[in-house]
Design a binder for this molecule. Structure first.
Ligand SMILES: *[C@@H]1O[C@H](CO)[C@@H](O)[C@H](O)[C@H]1NC(C)=O
Ligand SMILES: *[C@@H]1O[C@H](CO)[C@@H](O)[C@H](O)[C@H]1NC(C)=O
Ligand SMILES: *[C@@H]1O[C@H](CO)[C@@H](O)[C@H](O)[C@H]1NC(C)=O
Ligand SMILES: *[C@@H]1O[C@H](CO)[C@@H](O)[C@H](O)[C@H]1NC(C)=O
Ligand SMILES: *[C@@H]1O[C@H](CO)[C@@H](O)[C@H](O)[C@H]1NC(C)=O
Ligand SMILES: *[C@@H]1O[C@H](CO)[C@@H](O)[C@H](O)[C@H]1NC(C)=O
Length: 655
């Protein structure tokens, strides 16, 4: 698993010798008048200095003399800003602008005299999630009216979003789920792996959530967090999205549908990768082309296929593939959840419904598996499989097993459902989506809040620690890791998840406020760790405190992404990379911990078995067959030598 993660990172470090730059999105920056574009793919190969283009465009206005302005902006710096009067080049072939439909796809070698290779720094081909765009503006020479404006973002194909990483964390989760199920079935004293499954999910969900704030993330960091989007239930599938689109449009939804095209073209121009709020004319401005004789010899537009203009239909900009994005148009994606979910082809208003459908699928799988398991138990009774005592043991532990796993699933589903349900309420879109969100929110919250009430009631009734209360076994996913006097500490984590979801979902559009509130939340968790020392061992406290400090530090570093601070693009990329590294290390630490406990587990089981045989007579006298979640007395209430012994084995598993 680690190797897979590493392999995903290596490509960025390795030199990309055969670098390419290509257009990753094309949009109009003014409503199209003169120049209509159906397709615009441009690729520059550094290796052989050639350009591949696949362009379908039409110039439709007659008798128009224009000057062309080309701007190239990388990381907020204007690298190129040249204006060419088209009447003064190519012997006037473009003056007035010829009207024709141009459909062409060709690879051409750039003449060395242009010296393009010298002007594109090597890093542009290597840095993941390159932030750059090119803009072509045609201005009527006499009136200065903008006749056409086209923007295209550039990419080099490298990204911190890697399918390999998504698969790796998926396989990791699956293995851990199987190990956790096995461990709870083998009546482990303390299902550490099952706890770690919830922990790992919550860590991944935290990482994904850091991409949802209304901040001006660097493209690199947003792409990194998108690796973890599926842990929030954001699984994009065009079939599901189409179904949600039609469901919303029939129930009063008016927000834009999901789109299968790249969302980067719709991103607010103030944000990465556009960075127009930072655009400063740089010294490099006059560097390109100004000192060369800009006459592409041997290659003139007259050599391109000309097609009669009668075939060209004026494109309706709403139905066209190429959209118009201006500061005043309504299709601009704002920072936060809209950009994040649209980057994975999920419409902003479809976000909750997507999570909802994924949750339904998981619910269906859970119910099916439970029924199969129950059926197996009945079948075992019928066919006399195994010994009587074995069958009784499994029958006894079945309800507790199901209850505790439902609780774990609820703990995993709670953060995304909270977040996207609250976000759905802020949208006022389809009433059916809102209804679903209210129901799901209440149902999943009840699955978590009800056990909490039950536990408080049980503890009151028995006036002992929770660990000595019989029938509390299936609430173990909540309290099991904490020492007896601090059994309620899980509420700190749940409260943090709740508050974080409220801040992120309800605070969309207020990045600075979101970050400050989240910093307070994370700080509170760190302080709670320091003052309450909730875990059974010092190592457990340190381990959990480490993750809360990681969350605090990463949230703090994200201040650099606050839009109003207008931090330059390159520092934002660097800070994004630092946060990504810190979070990746946290993931690796957690995974290593899981691997170690997996390796040590059989040994612990043997140690426990020894204690169990020692205490078996005692236990039989005391209580009916123990459910898997019954545990020995906690260290604080340990009084008999056997209890001390078994609690010391339990300690081994807690960290
Ligand atoms: C465009 O420029 C050409 C050549 O300079 C000139 O003959 C023509 O009248 C101009 N057309 C307009 C509309 O200005
Ligand atoms: C390009 O240069 C022109 C003047 O030379 C200036 O008006 C324009 O704002 C510049 N564009 C950008 C994007 O810097
Ligand atoms: C040019 O390309 C556009 C879009 O791909 C297409 O609709 C049109 O039919 C093509 N025209 C010709 C003459 O090939
Ligand atoms: C340049 O190299 C790319 C692949 O590396 C190739 O697809 C393209 O055809 C080459 N261009 C020329 C003009 O040979
Ligand atoms: C979304 O798609 C549905 C069909 O799936 C359509 O009826 C509806 O008009 C679309 N809504 C928007 C805003 O484009
Ligand atoms: C167009 O360019 C190609 C090479 O790209 C050349 O073979 C052809 O002869 C040219 N056609 C005309 C009409 O100049």
């Amino acid at each position: 698993m680690l190797l897979l993660l590493l392999f995903a990172v290596i490509p960025f470090v390795a030199a990309a010798s055969n670098g390419v730059l290509f257009t990753s999105s094309v949009t109009y920056c003014e409503p199209p008048e003169t120049l209509l574009i159906q397709q615009f793919d441009l690729t520059y190969f550094a290796q052989n200095q050639s350009i591949f283009f696949d362009i379908a465009a039409a110039s439709v206005q007659k008798n128009l003399n224009v000057s062309a302005n080309i701007v190239l902006n990388a990381y907020g710096m204007t690298l190129v800003n040249i204006t060419v009067d088209l009447c003064s080049i190519l012997g006037g072939a473009l003056c007035p602008l010829p009207t024709y439909q141009f459909n062409g796809s060709e690879t051409i070698s750039l003449p060395a005299s242009l010296g393009v290779s010298k002007r594109i720094p090597e890093i542009a081909f290597r840095i993941p999630d390159f932030e750059a765009y090119a803009q072509l503006t045609l201005t009527e020479a006499t009136t200065n009216d903008v006749k056409a404006c086209v923007q295209a973002t550039l990419s080099n194909g490298w990204s911190t979003r890697q399918p390999a990483v998504e698969w790796a964390i998926g396989i990791l989760i699956l293995l851990l789920l199987l190990a956790g199920l096995w461990q709870t079935l083998r009546s482990s004293l303390h299902p550490l792996l099952a706890h770690r499954l919830v922990d790992l999910f919550h860590l991944f969900q935290f990482i994904a959530t850091t991409g949802l704030f209304s901040l001006n993330y660097s493209l690199l960091y947003r792409a990194f967090t998108l690796n973890f989007a599926w842990t929030l239930g954001l699984v994009s599938s065009s079939a599901i999205q189409a179904a949600i689109d039609s469901m919303r449009s029939r129930t009063g939804g008016t927000m834009p549908n999901s789109s299968s095209t790249s969302a980067v073209g719709l991103v607010d121009r103030k944000l990465s990768p556009w960075n127009t709020n930072l655009a400063v004319p740089s010294a490099a401005q006059s560097m390109l082309l100004a000192d060369t004789d800009y006459t592409p010899t041997g290659y003139t537009p007259t050599n391109l296929s000309r097609i009669a203009l009668t075939q060209v239909q004026r494109l309706d900009s709403t139905s066209a593939q190429v959209q118009t994005v201006t500061t005043s148009s309504s299709n601009v994606l704002q920072a936060g959840i809209p950009i994040y979910v649209n980057s994975i082809h999920i419409g902003s208003a479809n976000a909750f419904d997507t999570v909802f459908i994924v949750a339904l699928v998981i619910l269906a799988i859970t119910i099916t598996l439970s029924l199969i398991l129950y059926g197996l138990l009945l079948l075992a009774d019928r066919l006399d499989w195994g010994s009587d005592t074995q069958r009784r043991r499994y029958r006894n532990m079945f309800p507790g097993f199901i209850k505790s796993w439902v609780l774990r699933l609820a703990l995993i589903a709670w953060p995304p459902i909270l977040l996207f349900a609250i976000y759905q309420w802020t949208l006022k879109d389809s009433w059916l989506s809102t209804l679903f969100s209210v129901i799901t929110f209440l149902a999943v919250s009840a699955l978590i809040i009800w056990p909490t009430f039950q536990m408080v009631r049980l503890v009151r009734q028995h006036s002992t620690g929770i660990f000595d209360v019989p029938d509390s076994g299936h609430y173990e996913p909540l309290y099991g890791r904490f020492r007896a006097p601090r059994y309620f500490f899980y509420i700190v984590f749940l409260a943090a998840i709740f508050l974080r979801a409220v801040v992120v979902a309800a605070g969309q559009g207020h990045g600075l406020t979101q970050i400050i509130l989240c910093l307070i939340i994370e700080l509170a968790i760190v302080l709670a760790h320091i003052f309450l020392k909730p875990f059974k061992t010092r190592r457990g406290d340190v381990f959990s405190a480490y993750f809360s400090i990681v969350r605090l530090v990463c949230t703090g570093l994200m201040i650099a992404f606050v839009e109003s601070l207008t931090v330059a693009a390159i520092p934002r990329v660097a800070i994004g990379a630092v946060i990504a590294v810190i979070l990746s290390i946290a993931v690796i630490v957690l995974v290593c911990n899981i691997v170690f406990s997996l390796v040590r587990w059989p040994w612990q089981r043997r140690a426990r078995q020894a204690t169990l045989t020692e205490t078996s007579t005692l236990e039989k006298g005391q209580s009916p067959p123990r459910s898997i979640h019954d545990r020995p007395s906690s260290p604080s209430s340990a009084s008999t030598p056997t209890a001390r012994l078994s609690s010391s084995t339990a300690n081994l598993t807690h960290q």
